[in-house]
Design a protein around this ligand. Sequence first.
Ligand SMILES: [Zn+2]
Length: 681
Amino acid sequence: MNTISNPLLADGELPAFSTIAPNHVLPAVESVLADFQAEVDRLVADPGARDFDRLIAPLERLEERLGRAFAPVSHLHGVKDSPELREAYSAALEKITAHSTELGQNRALYLATEAVQEGPGFAALDRARKTLVEDSLRDFRLSGVALEEPARTRFRDIQNRLSRVETEFEEAVLDATDAWTRAVTETELAGLPESARAMLAQAAQEHEQPGHLATLKGPVVQAILTFADDRSLREQVYAAYNTRASDQGPQAGQFDNSARIAEILALRHEAARLLGFASSAELSLADKMAGTPEKVLAFLRDLAARAKPVAERELGELRAFATSELAIADLQPWDVAFASEKLRERRFDFSEEDLKPYFPLPSVMAGLFALAERVFGVRLVERHDVDTWHADVQFFDVLDGDGRVRAGVYLDHFARAGKRGGAWMDVCRTPLLDGATARIPVAFLTCNFAPPNDGKPSLLTHDDVLTLFHEFGHGLHHLLTEVHWPSVGGINGVEWDAVELPSQFMENFGWERGALDSFARHWQTGATLPQALYKKSLAARHFHAGLFLVRQLEFGLFDFRLHLDYDPARGPRTLDILDEVRREVAVLPPPAWQRGPHAFTHIFSGGYAAGYYSYLWAEVLSADAFAAFEEAGVFDPATGTRYRREILTVGGSRPALESFVAFRGREPEPDALLRSYGFAA
Ligand SMILES: [Zn+2]
């Protein structure tokens, strides 16, 4: 199949979605990868290709071309899947993964890149080009390719073994989750809302049992712990859930992850030492904004010192409420969600449903676009001549103040069959401007809102509004970039613990009275959000923020110390470290048999190893950045221009800390986050 008949290889302004078929995928990807490999071989063999223009720029063009062919496929896989497409997608993804692993292990390419950095032209390169070369060398080194034998082989063996044990860890958690069920009698259903009962009835059906069944699936566990009046049912579900894949509880020893945890920590430590780091925590920070372990620990402990008194006060109130109103005199971990829910209902008698009439999608979108124009100086103009994958999808040109089209974005709002749940921003086209080629960035913004029906527009929950603003924030980061190299343009190359800054930042507008008034309009009456309702939702936002925060801090500190303090002579010390962390931050220590770590897939199989802290880190950054707008007025164009220039346009071309300081005039501080949580700061 040639370029003419394969739309994935075409060079059009935008992908021709309506013509893409599953049988285009593999031939297109194979063809691009073959060209990629041939070009890499040629570049490595050419001793003249040891400067940016002759080595790095061609590689960037190849990356851009690969992305251009595969991004539409990966997107369709998410929004318009079919068995044929899924198969083609997996096969292509496997080839791309193998290709990039091989590229990372290409020692000749590593040495050639190193020669660029050591070459005479390097010092004269601009910031983005320099960073690109430095990041690329760092990634080569982190992949072990720079090691000498026998370390290089040992490192590769460790990586292979790690990926197997991490997969086994995750599988053990899945198996343990599936293996436990418990019949729930009609009496025990007391307190559960209709939706939860339906979930339990469906679980029974799936297991070919009559009545209702409790399982360890997340939503079921959450519903029972939050709503079930029956205390012993809550306790049993809590115990089964919190001892999954461990040496404790109803399935003790059956799926036990203890030995896997020990092996994973040992291997990560050994790999880090081979690369020259003191610990796997230091290795994890090599490409993150936080920089040093001391900074991460100080960050978490500072927050803990401020959050713990608030959490203690909240727990005290909850205990008093549980004793007097619920006849629970000895509040246990399996009572907390239940008692909190009862207290929340008592205090804030409103539901998400009350807010929905004020958030019709068209009005929210208009408000969001107006905000983008007022604060960041960009205008979104719909285009109707763009080929898409569904009639509901819209495409917008993103225009600068001078009327120039600088980017494009697809919006796909509504839930439908064949579309993955959730909301996300994804890259369609990366920016590339290297003299030979000029490509502007293009993004996909995908949500799963309820479609309009019965003459009603699509009405969003407040959560939906925040989600939309969040993804739009990621979108702006990609679309407004002025760094025109795929590896460091837009969201690419931004440190992992800073990439949520622009997205969480935008969510703040969804809580601002002034901003809300510009888009929250009752779909029938046009009225703005009543002040009483606004006040209640603000108060509900802060409800038990201290308890939430100390839990996040417990996870973050535990994960970080587990990797930082690993000592081969002493073994993993998982439970000892957990105990120490809990003594430091927890306000309601769980029973000694609790085994949360054994199912902590985020850090043992999900890529968050020594990185769980980043959830809170990004929240601090975004709250502190937004505080600059609160200080100057939330629509202040000068602050907006500075934010755009220092945070959004620079992409990954310089360290995120430097960008933050350039915007804020100082390093990040947690006060704004704590204020947004309702703590006096
Ligand atoms: Zn995000």
